[in-house]
Write a protein that binds this ligand. Structure first.
Ligand code: PM9
Length: 463
């Protein structure tokens, strides 16, 4: 018999056993809802949303195995069996020896920043992330962007826009000295750049650079499996490796990891801080009891640690990740074919609309990406997230608004939740807005929280 042909099209490696019914709303309902929400999609009630592409964080569908794992929760205060299962799974798949569970990613960022950063330190990273940078700043550090320039250009097709620029790193060391750099923070599949991967070659070079300068690498591994998939697809010499092998290799090149387990490993809540250094682990254990809980549960229930351990094993399956990224690419291709300006290459967890090109009549000071999230919601019931000037916030020293080059709207796909037909409806909604783009108005802020303003700020249209 002929050898099995390699499939060209993809389909989800699962079938649906239970569904969640959605409420359908009218254009008028949504107009009223967005006004009440101050034009901020974070302030909408989820019941008023039809297709929820706000985030892939905690919104994925757990498998029957994960749900079965929930029933195996050992809720002992200390030494839960699920903790040991989680710890061993993290070591097996991600290579890190010591694990401190936290309630979610920012819990890990908080503990790490407090332990490792001293006032006056500099923390380089391959682009900022909102909560990560805030925790660095709250510990007295200053974030320094060392991602390659291509990452700031939505039209640049470079396949590894998450790469580090070594000239920028060298410049920082000569300016402040290596002893002022407690670590370099590397995100896999850089969220704010549009879900763009770092290459293995770049990471290996970084390992060498960091060894020379005696600076540890902290890995924000929130979307490491998606990054590994892109390496498998794009990087020379990697096509024969499994995603699981590449994930392990990425992690082995780094020293410490923060994880928001609400993304890649498909749990609704959870995270961890992981590392190989025993002294650092001891410090993290001492800190976690203050802010999260005992070091064998951190911020998590036993059942949640079990679901996470199982989710990790599912997240690195080649078939899973191919379908996951495949669905994002399906939506991105559909939008691009219709002339919608999006960030290219299409990212791993989301399609990012380029609001500067989508709404060229709205200056960045009037928050075009925020205005676009509201317009897409009112048109279609699809909820998206602003990732531009509102998310970037203000310079902590001058108080001035950051005006990032990327002014984006993120259509983020939860894992294993929506169908291809939902993607078609989403694309139609966005294309409808594009056809009457000139009617969308800029926004002004009417309420602004001091930090992480994008979550709770309120706006009104500029007439
Ligand atoms: N990311 C996201 O929607 C959650 C809300 S927006 C702040 O993309 C990275 C790369 C993330 C991330 C959360 C966190 C924080 C750290 N790093 O939300 O605290 O994308 O679990 O993780 C969101 P937690």
């Amino acid at each position: 018999m002929a050898k099995e042909q390699k499939r060209k099209s993809w389909a989800e490696p699962f079938r649906i056993k239970m569904v969640e019914l959605l409420k359908m709303t009218s254009y008028e309902d949504r107009q009223k809802a967005i006004e009440e929400a101050g034009y901020n999609t974070f302030l909408l009630r989820a019941d008023d949303v039809y297709i929820d592409l706000l985030t892939d964080s905690g919104t994925s569908a757990m498998s029957d195995r994960q749900w079965a794992g929930m029933m195996m929760g050992d809720e002992a205060y200390a030494g839960s069996r699920n903790f040991y299962h989680l710890r061993d799974t993290i070591e097996q798949y991600y290579s890190y020896k010591y694990t401190v569970p936290t309630h979610q990613g920012r819990g890990a960022e908080h503990i790490l920043s407090q332990i490792m950063i001293n006032p006056g330190d500099y923390v380089p990273g391959n682009m900022y992330f909102t909560t990560t940078r805030l925790h660095q700043e709250m510990a007295g550090g200053t974030f320094v962007d060392v991602i390659i320039d291509q990452a700031h250009d939505p039209n640049d097709l470079y396949p590894f826009k998450g790469n580090v620029d070594f000239e920028k790193l060298d410049k920082l060391v000569s300016r402040v000295g290596a002893d002022k750099i407690p670590y370099i923070c590397i995100a896999t599949c850089v969220n704010m750049a549009g879900g763009q991967p770092i290459s293995l070659a770049n990471l290996r070079q970084l390992r060498q650079w960091c060894d020379e300068h005696k600076i540890p690498i902290v890995h924000d591994m929130t979307r490491v499996a998606e990054n590994a998939y892109f390496i498998q697809q794009r990087e020379e010499g990697c096509s024969d490796k499994s995603v699981a092998q590449i994930v392990h290799e990425i992690c082995s090149l780094t020293d410490i990891a923060t994880m928001s387990a609400k993304k890649d490993p498909m749990v609704n809540i959870g995270g961890f801080l992981a590392m190989n250094d025993a002294d650092l682990y001891q410090k993290a254990c001492n800190m976690v009891v203050i802010y999260e809980g005992l070091h064998t549960y951190g911020g998590m229930a036993g059942r949640d640690m079990e679901a996470l351990a199982i989710g990790i094993t599912e997240s690195v399956h080649d078939d899973h990740i191919r379908a996951r990224v495949g669905q994002v690419e399906y939506l991105g291709d559909k939008l691009a074919e219709a002339g919608v300006p999006i960030v290219k290459p299409i990212g791993g967890h989301a399609v990012f609309l380029d609001a500067k090109r989508f709404l060229p009549h709205i200056p960045q000071e009037q928050f075009p990406a925020q205005a676009l999230t509201a317009a897409v919601y009112v048109q279609s019931g699809v909820r998206s997230m602003e990732r531009g000037a509102v998310s970037a916030g203000r310079d902590k020293n001058t108080g001035e608004n950051y005006m990032p080059k990327l002014e984006l709207v993120r259509l983020t796909l939860p894992r294993r939740v929506y169908t291809q037909a939902h993607m078609d409806v989403t694309a139609e909604g966005v294309i409808d807005v594009l056809e009457k783009a000139e009617q969308v108005k800029g926004l002004r802020i009417t309420y602004e929280p001091e930090v992480l303003r994008f979550f709770q700020a309120r706006f009104e249209p500029i007439e």
